[in-house]
Ligand binder design. Structure first.
Ligand SMILES: [Zn+2]
Length: 186
């Protein structure tokens, strides 16, 4: 896998649920546990991937665990209030950011790549239309979580308010502004 650089022991599935750049997060979660890159606990509670006794991903249990995680994200998310920051898109065309976001400048819409819910227009501030969950970074597992200095950093998960799926995950210094990649859509 990997068309991008990662530390040798980095989890291949990374932190988001199904929103991965290089393949099916379900089986990658099983691979990460087998390699010792993440604990079974992180696999289950962050990726939402439940493993069967033989170490492979249990698709049925995984689906219901993810439904649970999304429901609990929806119930705990608050409205992001990040002063002075606007997250919007310019350009011409349609692009898909993994399974997280679909941006269509023709239809002037930014929508959830997982459930299709329209968050807002491309020129609107997407931050006003997503939910935010802030937790200690250890919730993200070893590479993007436990390896960061504890106490000073926050894990920020931006979620679809309709399905609870992840639109964006960041690790930031507590109190520091977030920033977003906003390439022109072509
Ligand atoms: Zn959604």
């Amino acid at each position: 896998m990997a068309n991008f650089l990662m530390p040798k022991n980095a989890p291949v599935a990374d932190v988001t649920d199904g929103t991965h750049l290089s393949g099916d997060v379900t089986q990658l979660g099983a691979v990460d546990v087998a390699r010792g890159a993440v604990s079974k606990d992180v696999c289950e509670n962050v990726y939402g991937v439940v493993l069967a006794a033989n170490g492979s991903a249990d698709e049925k249990m995984t689906k219901s665990r993810r439904d649970q995680l999304r429901a609990s994200r929806k119930s705990t998310a608050k409205k992001p209030s990040i002063e002075g920051l606007k997250w919007s898109y310019k350009g011409n065309g349609r692009t898909q950011i993994a399974e997280a976001l679909t941006i269509d400048t023709g239809a002037k819409s930014v929508s959830c790549g997982q459930c299709g819910h329209r968050h807002c227009g491309t020129e609107d501030n997407l931050l006003d239309h997503l939910g935010l969950i802030e937790t200690p970074p250890s919730a993200a597992g070893p590479v993007r979580g436990e390896a960061y200095e504890r106490g000073r950093f926050k894990l920020r998960q931006f979620i679809c308010t309709n399905c609870g799926g992840l639109a964006e995950v960041q690790v930031n210094l507590a109190g520091a502004p977030a920033s977003f990649a906003m390439p022109d859509v072509r």
